[in-house]
Design a protein around this ligand. Structure first.
Ligand SMILES: Nc1ncnc2c1ncn2[C@@H]1O[C@H](COP(=O)(O)OP(=O)(O)OP(=O)(O)O)[C@@H](O)[C@H]1O
Length: 265
């Protein structure tokens, strides 16, 4: 049996179970649907390239986050969206597994996290996870990605080194662009990326005056994380950091809305 066939069989079984048991939602992870499944309960699609599938509710997140994390996030998302209540049962299906879970809120994620999830966010999060796992030349690497509200982000920052992306139209959605971006992740400072995915600069120092700007992050975090929190406070941008310790964090309005350590999964 091919991988696709397994997915089809598992999906069929999941649909059967939704009819037999008191299941309140179906979560389909990383499976491309040929047609929308015929069930009376809400369906949530999770994974890459899912957003335009049959007008179903979607949660575009990198599949590299692993099933356990994706199921936890799907569970929190459905509660936040009112699709399912805490304690109710949902079923999830991936190309290789099928499971039944009670919905509960994963503690480490704030509801605002879900309103940020768009394709650009998914791409950058995936890149951050890859950087955390791969490092560069065998060494761990840390960086900041600032996404959106570029006019204000530029206003609140300056180049630390000549901008390697100046004059080039590199878009994070283009094939091969992630490898180019990774090549420059060794530079001190931040990447600035527009909502449409264009990488405007790397090596950008974020100028935040912490006498005027207050952020709400744990005291153990250093200047990279303070700067990311600060830029997300003074602009409408979201910031994604990769810490040298491997932890990936997402900042919005001066606080962490999501934290994830790819090296532990
Ligand atoms: N204001 C800033 N704007 C952009 N980058 C910054 C800023 N402040 C610090 N950085 C970057 O963060 C790097 C690491 O700084 P520091 O060790 O204090 O941060 P940290 O939050 O502890 O990060 P890590 O967990 O990766 O060590 C610096 O070398 C620099 O590249």
């Amino acid at each position: 049996m091919k991988g696709n066939d397994y997915a089809e069989v598992l999906l069929k079984k999941a649909l059967e179970l939704t009819r037999l048991l008191d299941i309140k939602a179906l979560v389909v992870i990383g499976i491309e649907l040929k047609k929308p499944p015929k069930v009376d309960i809400p369906i949530l699609l999770v994974g890459r390239e899912t957003s335009r599938q049959h007008n179903l509710k979607t949660l575009p997140l990198p599949l590299s986050m692993g099933t356990k994390n994706l199921v936890n996030l799907a569970s929190s998302f459905m509660i936040a969206e009112g699709i399912i209540k805490e304690g109710e049962t949902f079923i999830y299906v991936t190309p290789s597994t099928l499971g039944i879970r009670k919905a509960k809120k994963a503690v480490e994620v704030e509801d605002e996290f879900f309103s940020q999830i768009e394709h650009i966010f998914q791409e950058v999060l995936e890149l951050a996870i890859e950087l955390s796992l791969e490092g560069r030349e065998g060494k761990p690497i840390g960086t900041i990605f600032v996404i959106g509200d570029t006019k204000n982000v530029i206003k609140h920052s300056h180049q630390m080194v000549p901008n390697p992306f100046k004059g080039y139209k590199i878009n994070i959605f283009d094939k091969g662009s992630k490898e180019i971006i990774k090549e420059f992740a060794f530079l001190d400072g931040a990447f600035v990326i527009s909502k449409s995915g264009r990488v405007l600069c790397a090596g950008r120092y974020l100028d935040i005056d912490f006498k005027k700007v207050s952020v709400n992050i744990p005291s153990g975090l250093g200047s990279r994380h303070l700067a990311a929190a600060g830029i997300s406070k003074v602009t409408k941008a979201i910031a994604i950091t990769v810490s040298e310790s491997g932890i990936v964090r997402v900042f919005k309005d001066g606080k962490i809305i999501f934290e994830y350590n790819p090296r532990l999964h």
